[in-house]
Design a protein around this ligand. Structure first.
Ligand SMILES: *Cc1c(COP(=O)(O)O)cnc(C)c1O
Length: 417
């Protein structure tokens, strides 16, 4: 055996890249065992919203841990779950009447797909075709890989993935091709369309406008194809609003939320569904119930954290904080845009992204080189190929954000050396 026992995710251990140990975190800063302070410029892979170890969330978990740690959720309930469901009902669209719990973004998407197919089966019109968008990402399980982009990430598992209909990404001026492909698929009786609203994250931080989202939603609604919004990344303020869909006036039939649901402190996910989808599973016949559960469904500690997150959204000036961050991000991106190597600078809400000129593709060695250079300079950034993006927690200070951009500038200046 070579090296320690832990097999890390998305890590080629054969490259023997350093794996720093983090011992503590607060706000936007990670503290390593070596005593270094690292600015978390990607919200620990898009989960941390209000900052690490937010006192209210931490206290809620600690308090809940003394009361009720875990229990079966099939046929039983508990107060933290009820608080989360009520809290979500209060701030999410009215027509999303039902809240189904699971444990991760991937499972929330699996649940959404199963709900969609269950809906069609139970209403006596079996439809099973899922429509997806090119470059989409919905998770790493077999079902979510099936509805996501195919590539080097999942080539080995291709034989296990189910067939879907993929529509082109609506690049500037090409949205008509997207609409046409979606309309054709819907007319052919697609069960559901799943999409990341306004920005495709793992696919390269690809942004498209709210009008396109609204139009795609209308096409689905006209043909009865269910519209699944995967807001696992975009939810909880990332795009400047609570959800990305609200910028387009879109209310999906099914909504997937995770990452920021607990403020990013502990795993939890929900799939919210409209009443007709719930009603299609409702009745005296056990055969039409929704067949999905995992051991930790609606874990009380996770629900307590989510309830605290909802209280923070209710009580604290979160929207003002987000608006201030959006403005600072605009200023920094504008200043950086003049740099020779910065291509296609773009922003949606709290997220900025650009390509570094000179190399392409996820496996180009530019990404790991930049990653190492960022790490050496005390900033956690993890480029997607040659796409660098900044997605900080909302508590980041102006000085910390300025430091991130100073480091980006230094790194892209020194890439050739
Ligand atoms: C991260 C992500 C997922 C998967 O979430 P996990 O919690 O990592 O399983 C699904 N959809 C989108 C849009 C994501 O960004």
């Amino acid at each position: 055996m070579t090296g320690p026992a832990i097999w890390h995710p998305f890590t080629q251990h054969g490259l023997r890249e350093p794996i720093p140990q983090v011992v503590r975190a607060e706000g936007a800063v990670l503290h390593t065992a070596d005593g270094d302070e690292i600015i978390d410029a990607i919200s620990s892979w898009w989960v941390t919203t209000h900052g690490h170890c937010h006192p209210r969330i931490t206290a809620a978990i600690a308090q809940q841990a003394t009361q009720l740690d875990q229990m079966i959720f099939a046929g039983w309930t508990h107060e933290p779950a009820q608080q989360v469901a009520e809290g979500l009902r209060a701030i999410m669209p009215d027509s999303l009447t039902r809240v189904f719990f699971s444990d991760s973004g991937s499972t929330s998407v699996e649940v959404a797909l199963k709900m969609a197919l269950g809906y069609w089966r139970n209403t006596g019109e079996p439809r099973d075709r899922i429509v997806v968008m090119e470059h989409g990402y919905h998770g790493d399980t077999i079902g979510t890989m099936s509805v996501g982009a195919r590539g080097v990430f999942n080539r080995a598992y291709q034989p296990l993935l189910f067939d879907v209909t993929s529509i082109p990404f609506p690049h500037d001026g090409t949205a008509q091709a997207t609409y046409d492909a979606l309309e054709t698929a819907c007319r052919q009786g697609a069960a559901a369309f799943i999409v990341e609203p306004l920005i495709l994250g793992a696919g390269g931080m690809l942004i498209y406008p709210p009008e396109v989202l609204a139009r795609m939603h209308r096409i689905c609604a006209d043909q009865g194809t269910l519209f699944i919004a995967d807001e696992v990344m975009t939810g909880w303020g990332r795009t400047g609003t609570l959800t990305a869909c609200e910028q387009a006036g879109v209310v999906p039939d099914i909504l997937c939320l995770s990452k920021g649901l607990t403020g990013g402190a502990i795993p939890l996910a929900v799939t919210m569904a409209s009443e007709v989808i719930y009603q299609a599973h409702y009745g005296p016949d056990r055969a039409t119930m929704f067949f999905h559960s995992s051991s930790y469904t609606a874990n009380p500690l996770a629900c307590a954290a989510a309830a605290a997150n909802l209280a923070i959204w209710r009580d604290e000036p979160v929207r003002e904080r987000i608006a201030a961050l959006c403005q600072q991000q605009t200023d920094h991106l504008n200043a950086l845009a003049a740099h020779m190597r910065v291509c296609n600078p773009r922003q949606i809400g709290t997220i900025t992204a650009f390509e570094v000129g000179g190399a392409e593709g996820y496996l180009s060695d530019m990404a790991p080189r930049m990653l190492a250079m960022f790490r050496e300079r005390g900033v956690l950034l993890r480029p997607l190929g040659n796409t660098v993006y900044v997605m900080p927690p909302f508590c980041i200070t102006p000085d910390q954000l300025a430091r991130i951009y100073a480091v980006i500038r230094e790194v892209i200046d020194h890439l050739d050396n």
